[in-house]
Write a protein that binds this ligand. Structure first.
Ligand SMILES: Cc1cc2nc3c(=O)[nH]c(=O)nc-3n(C[C@H](O)[C@H](O)[C@H](O)COP(=O)(O)OP(=O)(O)OC[C@H]3O[C@@H](n4cnc5c(N)ncnc54)[C@H](O)[C@@H]3O)c2cc1C
Length: 392
């Protein structure tokens, strides 16, 4: 039997984009409902490395790109939120590292010179040595240069948990989603038989957006999926390391983040160039072998004799761009009552929410005019960190 419910804003997808937006809208006084068909954060968000980019990585080729400018304010906004003083109260979210590091193992001076000349990084990068080095690099055999970037790294599981708390009773586990039409016009969604009317519907379902758009008969925007083949390693000798290790090209050869596992050990999560094209083409054993070779070459003093390895194939979902290039900002498109987008990076979720809020303001959608009291609804579960799933 269908129950008629109504809300101001109905959000589909409980990854970082939907959860952050939901929390911001609630704080502004909007009635919201967020529908998730699997587990909160369980799409790309809990598989991300948690780096709150400030754009430095994208300035590696020396040019100040759109990405460098748009993203430059993100570390400040996240820091304030985590300190409980920002646009959201994210106190309790764990900061894994106050900084991300750039690490050049060889003589890459030419590359770095143009990098440091770029406006995006000037004044935000300091060279570190000795006991200021990340713990995993503090070894007499370590050679190379390390620079500290003003980009923090967050523990994404604690972030998703906090945002789920801020969602209060606005979360709904729902699987079968159909358009709710009135005189041929979209006025809400039917979710597992419940009719939910909304003044605006926001699709923030990551890779699920394409299917939802198809179900709603909407052709644009188109989605692109960028496949990655990440590597995880867990071992007793691993110490925390958050760094882009530079190769010769504009992309980091390897990007390492470190995540605390439930058993007290650290898990290194390896992305960057190794996880892209060549890595995607490799089988799982070949990808592990490639990662072992990289780690042994770069960090020969780390004892990996008891280490356990795993790989993870995952797609990044983004708006379609020519040549699978990386989009520069959060992306939002609107079709009347329907808004759809991708943050394109976890770090850009605040930008995604800004864009939705700007669209609501433009259309005169103010908080609290149409909500009904919601009954108790089935709540979606929290997703599990990938390192607990793959290397328990
Ligand atoms: C390996 C990897 C590493 C990354 N590292 C970083 C990083 O260090 N820093 C950074 O800024 N970004 C990083 N990113 C990018 C970042 O993870 C994504 O941009 C971000 O998480 C996308 O968030 P989202 O909420 O749009 O999507 P998702 O997290 O994928 O969430 C979408 C949600 O929608 C749900 N859903 C799907 N279909 C439906 C449906 N029909 N009905 C209801 N719910 C549905 C899914 O179950 C999911 O929970 C990384 C990405 C990957 C893959």
């Amino acid at each position: 039997m269908s129950q008629a419910l109504s809300t101001d804003i109905l959000i589909v997808g409980g990854g970082i984009a939907g959860l952050w937006l939901n929390a911001r809208l609630r704080r502004l006084g909007y009635a919201t409902l967020l529908v998730e068909n699997a587990a909160l954060g369980g799409g790309q968000s809990l598989k991300s490395q948690g780096i709150i980019h400030g754009g430095a990585k994208y300035a590696l080729h020396g040019a100040l790109t759109g990405a460098s400018e748009a993203i430059a304010d993100m570390p400040r906004r996240w820091r304030e939120a985590v300190a409980g003083q920002g646009e959201l109260d994210l106190s309790g979210v764990r900061i894994l590292s106050e900084a991300h590091y750039l690490w050049s193992p060889g003589s890459l001076a030419g590359n770095l010179t143009s990098f440091f000349a770029s406006k995006a990084v000037r004044g935000r990068v300091d060279q570190v040595k000795g006991d200021q080095l990340p713990p995993a690099l503090q070894h007499p055999k370590f050679k190379g240069k390390v620079y500290r970037l003003a980009e923090l790294v967050l523990d994404v599981p604690s972030l998703i948990t906090r945002l789920a708390e801020l969602a209060g009773d606005s979360l709904l586990a729902g699987h079968d989603i159909k358009p709710l039409l009135e005189n041929g016009e979209l006025v809400g969604l039917q979710i597992d038989g419940r009719e939910i009317r909304a003044r605006r519907i926001v699709l923030s379902a990551g890779a699920g957006n394409a299917e939802l758009l198809a179900a709603l008969g909407v052709e644009q925007p188109r989605q692109q999926l960028r496949p990655l083949h990440m590597v995880l390693v867990k071992g007793r000798d691993l110490k925390p390391l958050y760094a882009h290790c530079l190769g010769g090209g504009p992309k980091p050869r390897i990007t390492v983040t470190s995540h605390p596992a439930a058993d007290g050990q650290w898990v290194w999560y390896l992305g960057g160039d190794i996880a892209e094209a060549d890595g995607v083409a490799r089988s799982e054993p070949a990808q592990i072998a490639a990662a072992q070779k990289e780690v042994q070459q770069l960090l020969p003093w780390v004892d990996l004799s008891d280490a356990r390895w795993a790989t993870l194939r995952v797609d990044r979902a983004e708006p379609a761009q020519s040549g699978l290039v990386r989009p520069d900002n959060a992306f939002l498109a609107d079709h009347g009552r329907l808004l759809v987008g991708w943050p394109t990076k976890l770090a850009l979720s605040p930008d995604f929410a800004d864009r939705v809020i700007a669209a609501l303001e433009r259309d005169g959608i103010t908080p609290g005019e149409s909500a009904t009291l919601l009954p108790a609804l089935p709540r979606p579960p929290l997703g599990e960190p990938v390192w607990e799933q793959l290397l328990p």
